[in-house]
Design a protein around this ligand. Structure first.
Ligand code: NAD
Ligand code: UGA
Length: 428
């Protein structure tokens, strides 16, 4: 099938590259010219395992192209996936400006297109968006009727950064929420060779399944962090507790790693967006707010524990190992490292940070400061001071040599760091 992908970030580019790999002809659209140029050269503009190889092959074979020309892309394909960002807006409510812009563009193009076309929302959008925002904009700008002249579907994405290609290719399940059977079946057809269960449903249920999933995972993380905080006071190993808890098949062992909490481009913003949507319908979510609240303070426990051990950190050199919100990515969005570094600087410590991939992104986000030094490697970073905080569990930090003679507060359970003179976990 001929597929267009609008927005070539993590979700769009992975979706486009994987569909091309599966034998479809894909046109990727973005407004960012640098991204387009990189993609057309076979270079992934984001750091994502396996993506470069697939991209190079598909560009060479001609099954994937990138362009800024959305008209060309929509006119020459029969399905368009909307994969643009849906950031947090005012007070955490979802900001749908990119979705609106793309819906208007596609609607205007559909006005002049005779063939049946299916518009698929893959971006994460709050329940009701596809039917009550995207669909009317498409109808208004095309002058056509959804269901009769074109199809509309919501197909949420569950991939994780760092393992995005495998997550896309081998999902746990497929959720397809069409406005009618024809739209749903057109999208189902694209995934027909995927060996996973599929739920065919309506758009708002598909949208809610995505939010329920992210909200549940966030709650699970904050839950185990809370258990960890209590375990620490009681001198109990929370990882042993997680192991025992995870053996209960109703719980599952995944997402029970206690530590300094969750960050990333989606968990915080998606839960805030669902809280915002709930407020709109006069419901105040208790569990979701508690999960967010605990996550606000969890990273700061690293600094508190260091102060408890050594007293004031003013003018002390503190090394921070890890900046990315998790290993395997250069993504710094909502990374717990930001709060840790800001707090250390506020307390007038000299901060030496390093990360195998995210130093460039960190510089863009955190900028320069007289008390902040970006180091090229963990070996370089640890030369600067005795006190080490572990923020991201990169394999590069699993080296006992880094910790000899040091005082370490660990936010991610790096066992090798126990070789330090003094070792303490954030909730173990
Ligand atoms: P991103 O910010 O990495 O990429 C979005 C892209 O859209 C950018 O390249 C931007 O230039 C482009 N864009 C913006 N306006 C455009 C327009 N008018 N026309 C064409 N391109 C335009 O975003 P992402 O991380 O890929 O997330 C996209 C959506 O998928 C979000 O709703 C997110 O919540 C959801 N999601 C993300 C992940 C993830 O792991 N990142 C996983 C599942 C779902
Ligand atoms: C997450 C979800 O896992 C994906 O299914 C979803 O598609 C995506 O959000 C999204 O909607 O964007 P991602 O943000 O890439 O994926 O990363 P995760 O591996 O889920 O980790 C998120 C955060 O939770 C990280 O900061 C990680 O360190 C933290 N985490 C994760 C924990 O603190 N403990 C755990 O046990 C697991």
């Amino acid at each position: 099938m001929n597929i267009s992908i609008i927005g070539t970030g993590y979700v769009g580019l992975v979706t486009g590259a994987c569909f091309a790999k599966l034998g479809h002809d894909v046109i990727c659209v973005d407004i960012n010219e640098d991204r387009i140029n990189d993609i057309n050269k076979g270079i992934a503009p984001i750091y994502e395992d396996k993506l470069d190889g697939i991209l190079k092959k598909c560009i060479k074979e001609g099954s994937l192209k990138a362009t800024a020309d959305i008209r060309h892309a929509v006119e020459n394909t029969s399905v368009s996936f909307i994969c643009v960002g849906t950031p947090s807006g005012l007070l955490g409510y979802i900001d749908l400006k990119y979705i609106d812009e793309v819906s208007k563009d596609i609607g205007t193009i559909l006005k002049d297109k005779d063939d049946y076309h299916v518009v698929v929302v893959k971006s994460t959008v709050v329940p009701g968006t596809t039917e009550h925002s995207v669909l009317p904009v498409l109808e208004k700008n095309s002058g056509k009727k959804a269901g009769r002249d074109f199809g509309v579907c919501m197909n949420p994405e569950f991939l994780r950064e760092g393992t995005a290609v495998d997550d896309f290719m081998y999902p746990d399940r497929m959720i397809i929420g069409g406005i009618d059977e024809r739209s749903t079946d057109a999208v189902f057809d694209l995934y027909k060779d995927f060996k996973c269960p599929t739920i065919k449903t309506d758009p708002k249920t598909a949208e809610m399944i995505k939010y329920a999933t992210n909200s549940f995972l966030v709650t699970k993380i904050s839950f185990i962090n809370e258990i960890g905080n209590i375990c620490k006071q009681l001198d109990i190993d929370v990882f042993e507790v997680s192991r025992g808890l995870g053996m209960d098949s109703r719980v599952s062992p995944k997402f029970l790693n206690a530590g300094i909490g969750f960050g990333g481009s989606c968990f915080p913003k998606d839960v805030k967006a669902l809280v915002g949507k709930a407020k709109e319908v006069y419901y105040r979510p208790i569990v979701l707010n508690a999960a967010l609240e605990l996550n606000e303070t969890q990273p700061l426990r690293l600094v508190e524990l260091l102060e408890r051990k050594i007293g004031s950190i003013k003018n002390e050199n503190v090394v921070v190992l890890g900046l990315a919100f998790k290993p395997g990515t250069d993504d710094m969005r909502e990374a717990p490292s930001i709060k840790v570094v800001q707090t250390l600087i506020k307390k007038e410590a000299n901060v030496f940070v390093t990360d195998p991939k995210a130093v460039g992104e960190a510089k863009k986000l955190m900028g320069e400061h007289e008390r902040l030094t970006y180091c090229n490697s963990s070996e370089d970073a640890v030369k600067n001071g005795k006190y080490i905080l572990i923020v991201t569990e990169w394999d590069e930090f699993r080296d006992k040599k880094l910790y000899k003679g040091k005082i370490v507060i660990d936010g991610r359970k790096i066992d090798e760091a126990m070789a330090a003179d003094y070792y303490e976990g954030v909730c173990w």
